[in-house]
Structure formats: structure tokens, C-alpha cells
Design a protein around this ligand. Structure first.
Ligand code: PLP
Length: 281
């Protein structure tokens, strides 16, 4: 079985098949889990979300939660990652290319790898900037699928402008960012978009909401507007391993004093205590 690859007739590669539906349609799901002090943080929560994503796309996961968990812990150990990320991807599998789902049984393809990450303390302490971009994604942003082109394009714009993130707005409403969730603070109250089909319900987002409740800080999961964002006292984003990153300005507009705010720093510190505890376990 030969294929044409960059002008050469070669043997069909055994690692990723051309007709893997993940490769051809983005027909697959993934998770990114943070590694702190060699430990996988909030892994059960990530695996629960993976299970939900699989169910939403009718992909039958070819493993039990207990087995995959063991394998991922093993992979992290074998690669000796102390600070970094674990990426886990499951595609529907290999089948003759048709848009509709294959009728015959296909075996999902499971891939995972780890990646070391540098220190993010400075970014978290100093904060960064963001730009605004229209949210042009589909209406099932709650499913963590491989279809990320609108996200990558938005992030590219941000990077070109020296920003850490592209905050997305659907018309007037701020949804989330290209690869993180967005929180704003106004008069001591924290606001973030509700977990519905317009956003990915971040595992870090959920942890931060829990931290806020424990700190007796009022958090409202309600839609808020671009005007609310730009006139907020504080803004921060959350994502795996980034944890909490203050946003000092949006589209060149200073947020509050233009420096990380007191409440954001308090939330960041609470998050650090959690991950530090993991490291000594
Ligand atoms: N929103 C989007 C679109 C994302 O891609 C991500 C993570 O990559 C997040 C939010 C944050 O989710 P989590 O905290 O689970 O990493």
C-alpha cells in the first residue's frame, strides 16, 4: 500500500493513518492536564470532562477510567516530568473517508505525550495583555474537540500584537478566550460566563469558582458585555497550568490601574497554595 507524500511514493506510515478521522475531520477529543511536582493535577475532573466530550460525539472510549489513569501516571513517571503538561487525544479512528460516521466498528486511536514547561511565576505576577476578537466558533464550544482553527487564528492575532490571549466576544457578550476562561471583577463581585454551549467549562475555571466560594467572594456566572470587560476593576484568565494570569489591558485599554489587582492576586495565591500542597504529597 503506497501513498504519495511530498512527491514521493512511500509505504503507508504505520503511526498516523491518512484516514484517521481525527486527521481528516478533526473528529476527536482531547484533554490537557497540568503536572506539578511530578503529579497530575485534577486528573479525575479532566477525565470526567473527556468522558462527557466522548459521549457528546458518540465516541466509545476504549478504556476504563481506572486504566487510563494508571497509564497516564506511568507515562508521567517514565518521562520524569516535574513541571509540565500531559496531552491526551482520542480520535474516532481509521475508516474510509465519508462525512457520516462509519457503519463498521472502528477502534478509537488514543495518543498521549508529556511536555516540560518553564516557570510561569513571572507571567502570573506581572500579568499580561489581551486583545478582543469576534467569537466565530461553532455552537458546541462546551465539547473539547480537535476543531481549533478559530482558536488558533485568534491566538495568532494576539501573539502578533504581543498579547497573551485573544478574548472572544459574540456580538456584545464576552464568552471566553482562545484557550482560557475569562473572569472580570467589578465592585468586589466576580463575573464569568455561565457554563453552557458557548464556552468550554474549564477545569481551572471550576476550581477558581470553588476557591472564590471558600474565600466568601461573591461570584456570578452570568453573561457580561465588552463594555463591562473594558470598565472592570480587574480581569484575569484561567487555564490549565497558566492557573490565574492577570490581564492588565485589553486592546490597549488599561483595566483598573493597569496592574494586577488585589483580588486577582489573592485568587492566584490561593491557587498556588493548592498546587504547592500537591507537590509535597
Ligand atoms: N477555554 C478554551 C477554549 C480552552 O481551550 C481552554 C483550555 O485549553 C480553557 C477554556 C481552559 O480550560 P482548562 O482550565 O480546563 O484548561
Amino acid at each position: 500500500n503506497q501513498i504519495l507524500l511530498n512527491g514521493n511514493m512511500i509505504k503507508r506510515r504505520s503511526c498516523i493513518d491518512i484516514e484517521d478521522r481525527g486527521y481528516q475531520f478533526g473528529d476527536g477529543i482531547y484533554e490537557v492536564v497540568g503536572i506539578y511536582g511530578g503529579k497530575l493535577f485534577l486528573m479525575d475532573e479532566h477525565l470526567q470532562r473527556l468522558k462527557r466530550s466522548a459521549r457528546e460525539l458518540s465516541i466509545k472510549l476504549p478504556f476504563t477510567m481506572a486504566d487510563i489513569k494508571q497509564d497516564l501516571i506511568e507515562l508521567t513517571k517514565v518521562n520524569d516530568v516535574i513541571e509540565g503538561l500531559l496531552y491526551l487525544q482520542i480520535t474516532r479512528g481509521v475508516a474510509p473517508r465519508t462525512h457520516e460516521l462509519p457503519v463498521e466498528k472502528v477502534e478509537p486511536m488514543v495518543v498521549a505525550y508529556t511536555k516540560e514547561l518553564g516557570d510561569l511565576t513571572e507571567l502570573q505576577d506581572m500579568g499580561s495583555t489581551a486583545i478582543l476578537q469576534e467569537d466565530i466558533r461553532w455552537l458546541r464550544c462546551d465539547v473539547k474537540t480537535l476543531n481549533l482553527l478559530p482558536n488558533t487564528m485568534a491566538k495568532q492575532r494576539a501573539v502578533e500584537q504581543g498579547a497573551v490571549e485573544a478574548i472572544l466576544n459574540r456580538g456584545e457578550v464576552v464568552t471566553e478566550a482562545s484557550s482560557s476562561n475569562v473572569f472580570i471583577i467589578k465592585d468586589g463581585i466576580v463575573y464569568t460566563h455561565p457554563a453552557n454551549n458557548f464556552i468550554l467549562n474549564g477545569i481551572t475555571r471550576q476550581k477558581v469558582i470553588q476557591i472564590l466560594q471558600e474565600l466568601n467572594i461573591l461570584v456570578k456566572e452570568v453573561p457580561y458585555t465588552v463594555t463591562d470587560l473594558l470598565s472592570a476593576d480587574e480581569v484575569f484568565i484561567t487555564a490549565t497550568k497558566l492557573d490565574v494570569v492577570p490581564i492588565n489591558s485589553v486592546d490597549g485599554h488599561d483595566i483598573g490601574t493597569g496592574k494586577p489587582g488585589m483580588m486577582t492576586i489573592q485568587i492566584l495565591e490561593a491557587m498556588r497554595q493548592l498546587t504547592a500542597r500537591l507537590q509535597v504529597q
